[in-house]
Design a protein around this ligand. Structure first.
Ligand code: ARG
Length: 479
């Protein structure tokens, strides 16, 4: 509990400039918009004057709503399937993401009036165009759709089809380009942005042809719902929405034709990676600090004379080591929020998960170190009149520490690498930024090679530093 409070307090103090785009608690003067910015021209990333911005006609609508309410708009970009839980748990106030108001979704959230209509289409490689004149031809085929979308539901109903569901539309297009899937179900407005020499549309048409988009609002929030409908009403009567769609489509169309090489990608998006490095280091550093504290406590528990404490320590280590960190993260980030209303920002959830996780490994390392010190050392210290605590502090722990330093170093390196998992909840770390760059550049290799290089440099520097410390400590042995 103490640790929890500590993390929350500490991260609350992180300057808001650094945390912008990651803190997602609703505030009366802010309207927090949840969206999955992979859906041009609805919402997508675009580099404007060297800065990454989320644009699109959904965003334009959101801005109008915020302006009508007289509040500031804050955008939270996340996976499409994370939007409903985010809205329900209060992480975001409103969802505008080209979302279709289906009966299923209406069970958990409310929807505004619809503001846009589009059609479902089947995207294929141009060479295969004639292969799919009807939906029946998609049977037993490898197909793709966005996770959590109605297109996924359609795909699931195609007999025998092997469906790959992915977070981002750009990932699906990549799968199509690399022939891992042969067809993808998307919406025509969105498909338009991907059509080129290689990718085209098949004549087959899904049964549920029409799709509409509406704005999602937390159940019972009638005030906001009415305000949103009011703004939509106004925009429609002014013919603003069509205009927004046209503008967004133009923005979408003017993308760079020439594919930049890895150095150009790095140079162009260096500010993205720089932000990522900042967060990765912050996450790992705090994860390590709290991990060490937890590790020490658990280690003391494990070696305590009281059976119940020993049992707690052992249970902690076994449970944490025996479950994937990704699962732990989901429980802390979504589980606690949806079940107990304990809402952590991605940064807080990330630090908690990393420290809880590494605490288990560090506890074992510490224990091995302490138990590795010859018993005679303790006996000698005690017979010289030292108390148990003093003997621990001055005789046992220094020796133990030196012995396990390499193992601790390994654990630190691991934390830096594993922190990349936190990107799945929208933590803007190196990994997350690499995905953003991938989505903007439509490149599958360079953005990740750059991320790999950065992670490598970080861990390499760290292990060199640790090696130095080790040598310094062992130098005193030889004296
Ligand atoms: N209209 C579809 C649905 O509601 C797809 C929406 C996907 N939106 C997005 N921003 N990726 O399921």
């Amino acid at each position: 509990m103490m640790l929890l409070t500590f993390v929350v307090l500490l991260t609350a103090a992180v300057p808001s400039a650094l945390a912008s785009g990651t803190t997602g608690t609703s505030d009366s003067k802010k309207l927090v918009l949840g969206t999955s910015a992979d859906f041009a021209p609805y919402e997508f990333h675009k580099v404007i004057n060297g800065k990454d911005e989320i644009v699109g006609f959904d965003i334009a609508i959101a801005k109008e709503i915020a302006a009508d309410l007289g509040v500031e708009l804050v955008i939270e970009d996340m996976g499409f399937d994370g939007l409903l839980p985010a809205l329900q748990s209060g992480r975001v106030d409103i969802v505008i993401s080209g979302m279709t108001p289906t009966e299923d979704r209406k069970k958990s959230i409310d929807f505004s009036d619809t503001y846009y209509k589009s059609k479902q289409v089947i995207m294929v490689r141009n060479e295969d165009k004639d292969k799919y004149p009807t939906m029946a031809k998609l049977e037993n085929e490898k197909i793709g759709a966005q996770k959590g979308s109605i297109q996924e539901t359609i795909g699931q109903k195609i007999p025998g089809a092997k469906l790959t569901s992915l977070d981002k539309i750009s990932d699906i297009v990549l799968q199509l380009q690399t022939k891992r899937i042969n067809a993808a179900i998307v919406e025509d407005t969105v498909a338009a942005g991907y059509l080129d020499d290689m990718i085209g549309l098949a004549p087959a048409v899904p049964d549920e042809e029409q799709v509409a988009a509406a704005i999602g609002i937390r159940k019972g929030n009638t005030e906001l719902l009415n305000a949103v409908n009011g703004t939509l009403e106004r925009l429609k009567s002014e013919n603003k929405i069509e205009q927004m769609v046209t503008e967004a489509s133009q923005l979408m169309a003017d993308r760079e034709v020439k594919s930049p090489n890895i150095f150009e990608v790095f140079w162009q998006y260096k500010s993205f990676y720089a932000t990522g490095v900042g967060y990765t280091l912050l996450l790992s550093a705090l994860g390590v600090i709290f991990g060490v504290i937890i590790g020490l406590i658990i280690c003391l528990f494990r070696m305590h004379d009281t059976a119940i404490l020993r049992w707690i320590g052992t249970a902690y280590v076994e449970v944490i080591r025996g479950t994937p960190m990704l699962v732990q993260l989901m429980i802390i980030y979504y589980g606690l929020a949806l079940t107990f209303g304990i809402t952590f920002s991605p940064l807080q959830a990330g630090i908690l998960t990393l420290s809880i996780n590494s605490g288990a490994y560090l506890a074992e390392i510490f224990r091995a170190g302490i138990q590795g010190v010859d018993r005679g050392q303790l006996e000698a210290a005690r017979s010289l009149g030292m108390g148990r605590a003093a003997a621990m502090r001055f005789i046992i722990l220094p020796q133990a520490f030196k012995a396990v330093l390499p193992a601790i170093g390994n654990e630190f390196v691991t934390i830096i690498k594993e922190s990349s998992i936190i990107s799945v909840i929208g933590m803007v770390d190196i990994m997350y930024q690499a995905s953003v760059v991938k989505n903007i550049t439509y490149q599958g290799m360079n953005p990740f090679l750059i991320a790999a290089a950065i992670y490598f440099v970080l861990t390499f520097i760290l292990s060199k530093l640790l090696g130095r410390l080790e040598r310094k400590l062992s130098a005193s042995d030889r004296r």
